[in-house]
Design a binder for this molecule. Structure first.
Ligand SMILES: [Fe+2]
Length: 318
């Protein structure tokens, strides 16, 4: 028999008070419903300019010491109140710079990561699982869950790239682990130009341009087969003057401009972008991208995760 005298409650307010004593919440007068007819999105479409990030990182190069090179980055936190990390609910996008002659210490973590190289002179490498992978502008590089990775800029120019990680998803679910490499920078001799963890721009751009058009002047290419379980990367080419229209879906995405310039519309926001810029496209916003010159965008999204869970729906068919 309950130690709380629920039978004596004369009205609902009293019953609610008694429920507090046993840490239970009523489901009939819940102030915020737990179920609703379609997604409620708290994140907003947003745009960041590479030219701003580049100038800030260049300055940080003289203010943030080399021993913190692996953390000399800028986080594109979605501009909603109280947020200082995710770009969209499951993913974060960031920019990073490693100076000429500098190394960024090797480490590993459970979040999966991917890079899109913006500026890198020959002899700039990311070291993944003991191999040096060349970084060239436009290249896409993967560092899966628990693979050691570090960077070695053996050129005489600063290297800049964009990072994408599923760490916000790891924060939601809990399984965060991180450790530094015992040797600081993981030793590596072999240069793995054809690593399965690298999608070289010189290789994927012609392949992208050979795809059939999905709409006038618009082609897409999923960069695979190497895959991360939680997010993928789709290269999108939009010819000068063409428009790519995407109906809202449950997929969260971040776009980075690999080449060209243009404009995007999403949820009433209008952005004018150029090479290197990043755009947050949270789920459930219709969006449209128009190229002012031949453009290549990279869409990084949690579609593989939502697909596994059978939660992909779009405004076009949902
Ligand atoms: Fe990392």
């Amino acid at each position: 028999m309950s130690s709380i005298d629920f039978a004596a409650a004369a009205d609902l307010a009293t019953l609610h008070g008694l429920l507090d004593l046993v840490q239970m919440k009523n489901g009939w007068a819940k102030p915020v419903p737990s179920f609703y007819p379609e997604p409620k999105q708290t994140f907003v479409p947003a745009h960041w300019r590479y030219r701003d990030a580049r100038a800030a990182l260049h300055k940080a190069g003289s203010l943030v010491a080399t021993e913190w090179a692996e953390r000399r980055n800028l986080i594109m936190a979605n501009p909603i109140p109280g947020n200082d990390y995710p770009t969209v609910r499951t993913l974060v996008g960031a920019y990073q710079m490693v100076q000429a002659g500098e190394t960024a210490r090797s480490h590993r973590h459970t979040p999966n990561a991917m890079r899109v190289v913006l500026e890198a002179a020959p002899h700039t490498y990311t070291i993944v699982a003991g191999k040096k992978i060349p970084m060239a502008p436009g290249d896409v590089l993967l560092t899966p869950n628990w693979f050691y990775h570090g960077h070695s800029n053996e050129s005489d120019e600063e290297a800049y790239w964009a990072d994408f990680l599923d760490s916000p998803l790891v924060h939601l679910l809990g399984p965060m682990f991180f450790e530094g490499h015992p040797g600081e920078l993981e030793p590596a001799q072999e240069i793995a130009t054809a690593s399965p963890l690298r999608f070289a721009f010189a290789e994927y751009k012609p392949r992208l341009l050979n795809q059939a058009e999905q709409a006038a002047g618009v082609r897409t290419l999923l960069l695979g087969p190497s895959s991360l379980p939680t997010f993928d990367r789709v290269a999108v080419s939009i010819a000068k003057g063409a428009t790519w229209t995407v109906p809202r879906s449950t997929v969260n995405a971040i776009f980075i401009v690999v080449e060209g310039e243009g404009t995007s519309n999403a949820g009433g926001a209008h952005f004018t972008w150029q090479r290197g810029d990043m755009i947050a496209l949270p789920s459930w916003y219709d969006h449209q991208h128009k190229a002012a010159s031949d453009a290549v965008l990279m869409r990084v999204s949690d579609e593989p995760l939502l697909r596994k869970l059978d939660w992909v729906r779009s405004g076009a068919n949902g």
